[in-house]
Design a binder for this molecule. Structure first.
Ligand SMILES: NC(=O)c1ccc[n+]([C@@H]2O[C@H](COP(=O)([O-])OP(=O)(O)OC[C@H]3O[C@@H](n4cnc5c(N)ncnc54)[C@H](O)[C@@H]3O)[C@@H](O)[C@H]2O)c1
Length: 272
C-alpha cells in the first residue's frame, strides 16, 4: 500500500500509475482535488483500493490527521512518496520573503511532515520504504533557484540521515534526484510568482529535452526494489552531479558568469 503526495499531476501521477501496475493499493494526496480526480480517471480500473485525500503538506494538523485517515482506510501503510513540491524561478534579490518561505515550507516542510507523521504507521507495518523527491538542484546551488536548491539539498540530506537511522526499523529510504522532467511544474511556477517570459523559455527547454514522468517512475520503482539510497534521472542530473564533484568551486564561477550576462541583458531590456 502506497501513499503519494502531489499525486494530482506530473511525477506523482506517473508514480501512481506505475505503482498501480505493480499491484499497490494507493492513497493519493494533493492540495487540488481536480488533479486527484484526473489521476484516478487515468488509473482506470486497477482492481485495487484507491483513495483520494485533499491535504496541504505544510499543514501539520492536517498531515497528522491524514496519516491516521489513510491508515484507517487501508489498514496498513508500507510506502510513502513525499513528492509534492513547487518551484519559483527568480533571483534572490527580486524575491519576496513570502516566495522564498513558501518554497521551503512545501518542499522541505512538507517532506518533514510526511516522514514524521507517517513514520509510526510504517514502523507498525514491520517494513516500509520512504521515497523523497529532491532534484538535481539539490546537488548544488543554482541561480534563480535559491530556496528551491536549498530545500532540495535539505531533502537529500534528510534522506541520508533517515537511510542510516531507519534501517533498524526495517524502513528503507530512497531520494530521487531528477533532472528536467516534462510536467506542469513550470506552469505552476508562474502562478506562484515566477517571471512568465523567462519561465516560458525554461519550460520550452524542459519540454524539448526533459524525460517523461513515466520514464522516471519506471526507474524509481526499480531503485525502490533494490533499496537504493538515491536515484538520478536524466543525463542532466548525471552531468551536474559529476561537474559538481570534478569542479566543486569552478562550476559556481560558471553560473556566476552566466547569471551576470542574463541579468545585464534583462536590465538592458527593462531600461529600453
Ligand atoms: N519537473 C521537473 O523538472 C522536476 C525536476 C526535479 C524535481 N522535481 C520535483 O518533483 C516533484 C513533483 O513535481 P512535478 O514536476 O510533478 O510538478 P507538478 O506541478 O506537475 O506536480 C506537483 C503536484 O504537487 C501538488 N502540490 C503543490 N503544493 C502542494 C501542497 N502544499 N500540498 C499538497 N500538494 C501540493 C500540486 O497540486 C501538483 O499536483 C516536486 O517535488 C518537484 O520539485 C521536478
Amino acid at each position: 500500500m502506497a501513499v503519494i503526495t502531489g499525486a494530482g499531476s506530473g511525477i506523482g501521477r506517473a508514480l501512481a500509475k506505475a505503482l498501480a501496475a505493480e499491484g499497490c493499493h494507493l492513497a493519493l494526496v494533493d492540495i487540488h482535488t481536480q488533479g486527484l480526480e484526473e489521476t484516478q480517471r487515468e488509473l482506470g480500473q486497477t482492481g485495487r483500493t484507491v483513495t483520494l485525500h485533499m491535504a496541504n503538506v505544510t499543514d501539520r494538523d492536517r498531515m497528522q490527521a491524514l496519516a491516521a485517515e489513510i491508515h484507517a482506510a487501508h489498514g496498513v501503510i508500507h510506502l510513502l512518496f513525499n513528492n509534492a513540491g513547487i518551484t519559483i524561478s527568480k533571483a534572490f534579490a527580486d524575491s519576496s520573503l513570502g516566495e522564498l518561505d513558501r518554497v521551503m515550507a512545501i518542499n522541505l516542510g512538507g517532506v518533514i511532515n510526511g516522514c514524521y507523521f507517517f513514520l509510526p504507521y510504517l514502523k507498525q507495518a514491520g517494513e516500509g520504504h520512504i521515497v523523497n523527491t529532491s532534484s538535481m538542484a539539490g546537488l548544488l546551488g543554482l541561480p534563480n533557484q535559491a530556496t528551491y536548491s536549498a530545500s532540495k539539498a535539505a531533502v537529500r540530506s534528510l534522506g541520508e540521515t533517515l537511510y542510516a537511522e531507519l534501517a533498524v526499523h526495517n524502513i528503507a529510504v530512497t531520494t530521487i534526484l531528477p533532472g528536467a522532467i516534462k510536467t506542469n511544474i513550470m506552469k505552476a511556477a508562474v502562478e506562484y510568482g515566477s517571471d512568465a517570459e523567462e519561465t516560458k523559455k525554461l519550460e520550452a527547454l524542459v519540454m524539448r529535452h526533459g524525460k517523461t514522468p513515466e520514464a522516471l517512475a519506471r526507474k524509481v520503482i526499480r531503485a525502490v526494489k533494490k533499496n537504493r539510497l538515491r536515484v538520478r534521472v536524466g543525463a542532466d542530473a548525471y552531468l551536474l552531479d559529476w561537474l559538481k564533484r570534478l569542479f566543486p568551486v569552478a562550476i559556481h564561477g560558471l553560473f556566476r558568469y552566466a547569471f551576470r550576462r542574463t541579468d545585464a541583458a534583462r536590465q538592458g531590456a527593462n531600461s529600453q
